[in-house]
Design a protein. Structure first.
Length: 180
């Protein structure tokens, strides 16, 4: 009789910080992720985010870069929104679609440069989304997809006090940045 072995949980770059801060860690989609911090419980953390601000480690999300002379055409072919409207530094919420218009996944599309895009996909679908993207942009000109997930760490800051919380940490005028 063979016993199945589970792969070790992956860890985000902030894992040690979560543990040192007393986070309750749980398995989530193959990752060791914080679910709450000691002290108040989930309800108080929820209320803190709704009334002030909360920071979330979303480094488990997938990052797929598409670059090349025909990168825009490739992104246009596989996503539901018009990526040509994006200026460098902007993002849009979109759908990763089949040629028939059905959903593969939802994602964020960032324009990093004129011919360089970053697609942020759901953590549990990184491998399948990357395979699907690579297959569907192949042969469509000068564009290549790269699973760059291991090169990125992501944090999300949310709540009505998010801007005020982040502003002292950057020289960028956050008030001037529009949604997405």
């Amino acid at each position: 009789m063979e016993q199945a072995t589970q792969a070790p949980l992956k860890k985000t770059p902030l894992n040690a910080r979560h543990r040192a801060s007393g986070a309750k860690m749980v398995p989530f989609g193959g990752w060791d992720m914080p679910v709450e911090y000691a002290g108040g419980g989930v309800v108080s953390e929820h209320m803190a985010v709704r009334t002030r601000a909360g920071i979330f480690d979303v480094s488990h999300m997938g990052e797929i870069e598409i670059a090349g002379k025909d990168a825009l055409a490739a992104v246009q072919r596989i996503s539901s929104n018009d990526a040509s409207k994006l200026q460098v530094g902007q993002a849009q919420y979109s759908g990763l679609l089949t040629p028939r218009g059905t959903f593969v996944d939802d994602l964020l599309v960032y324009r990093l440069a004129a011919a360089h895009f970053l697609l942020v996909v759901n953590a549990g679908n990184i491998a399948s989304d990357y395979a699907w993207i690579a297959e569907h942009i192949h042969g469509g000109g000068d564009a290549v997809a790269v699973d760059a997930s291991s090169r990125y760490a992501l944090i999300a800051l949310q709540g009505p006090e998010a801007q005020r919380t982040l502003q002292p940490l950057t020289g960028v005028d956050l008030a001037g940045i529009k949604y997405y």
